[in-house]
Ligand binder design. Structure first.
Ligand SMILES: C[S@@+](CC[C@H](N)C(=O)[O-])C[C@H]1O[C@@H](n2cnc3c(N)ncnc32)[C@H](O)[C@@H]1O
Length: 257
């Protein structure tokens, strides 16, 4: 297992921040928010179908890595319909989660899920931007982002914000899509991801571009070593990039220095 984990030696990593910021596709907040608002009604369904149910496992693994104590305070950026916030709140007793997202329709559906599960007292959903987190410095014991960071126009700013709101030693877990490491599987997966998934997504969501944007945004997201280095630069230690499901997804885990 150790061989499959990319370890980042904090002191040796120095990267230009500009390498994280891609000019294409368009990641302006207004465009991203309206795109997610438009697909919100089908978002959860498509997530589960297009990932063959694996998305629930990936989120569970991320929450496990946080090793949360009872009564922990957690920030979930790009919370969307709150699936990761819900998985986090159920992990231990007394956990409080603040989920932040700028897409109002995603949050509205997330809030409905909280009400169904009786979780309104454990989870607060706040409309806001990941680059300006609405809590004070050192508020959080842990922080998460699932499949959101690649949409953020300035990811390094979101990482700096996470460093600000986390207590020293607080854990960070970020899930983001990657590319399978095994060549034969990579070819098959890329065909599915770039040819099949956008068509299925368009058919079900009725949105022309959202599910073409998905592979496009993943394609321009930094490689795992580069993104892990950016996490380190933002002030985190013991950064690991752990491939899940053969590298379809990477789980980045780190501790606030
Ligand atoms: C692919 S969804 C992920 C939702 C959820 N975390 C999950 O695991 O299903 C990405 C979410 O990130 C949000 N998002 C993207 N950029 C953001 C930003 N800069 N600030 C706040 N939310 C953002 C979008 O509105 C969308 O709801």
């Amino acid at each position: 297992m150790a061989g499959t984990i990319v370890r980042v030696i904090d002191e040796t990593v120095r990267l230009h921040r500009s390498s994280l910021t891609s000019v294409t596709p368009d990641k302006s907040p207004a465009r991203i928010a309206s795109m997610f608002d438009a697909i919100a009604g089908r978002y959860d369904f498509l997530n589960h179908v297009l990932s063959a149910g694996l998305d629930t496992r990936w989120r569970a693994r991320a929450v496990k890595e946080l090793a949360l104590p009872d009564n922990a305070r957690v920030i979930d950026l790009c919370t969307g319909t709150a699936d990761l916030a819900i998985a986090t709140a159920g992990r231990r007793t007394g956990i409080r989660v603040v989920g932040v997202d700028f897409a109002g329709e995603m949050l509205r559906l997330g809030l409905a899920k909280l009400r169904t599960r009786g979780l309104e007292r454990s989870i607060a959903l706040v409309r806001g931007d990941a680059t300006s987190i609405p809590v004070g410095g050192g508020w959080a014991d842990a922080a998460t982002i699932a499949f959101g960071i690649r949409n953020v126009a300035r990811p390094e700013q979101a990482l700096e914000e996470l460093a600000r709101v986390l207590k020293p030693g607080g854990r960070l877990a970020i899930l983001e899509f990657g590319e399978p490491v095994v060549p034969g599987i990579r070819g098959l997966y890329n065909w599915y991801f770039r040819a099949v998934l956008p068509r299925l997504g368009r058919l079900v969501s009725k949105h022309e571009s959202a599910y073409s944007y998905l592979p496009a945004s993943v394609g321009t997201f930094p490689r795992p070593t580069v993104f892990a280095a950016a996490i380190s630069t933002a002030g985190f230690l013991n950064v690991r990039a752990v491939p899940l499901s053969l590298g379809i997804v990477y789980l980045y885990v780190a501790e606030r220095g």
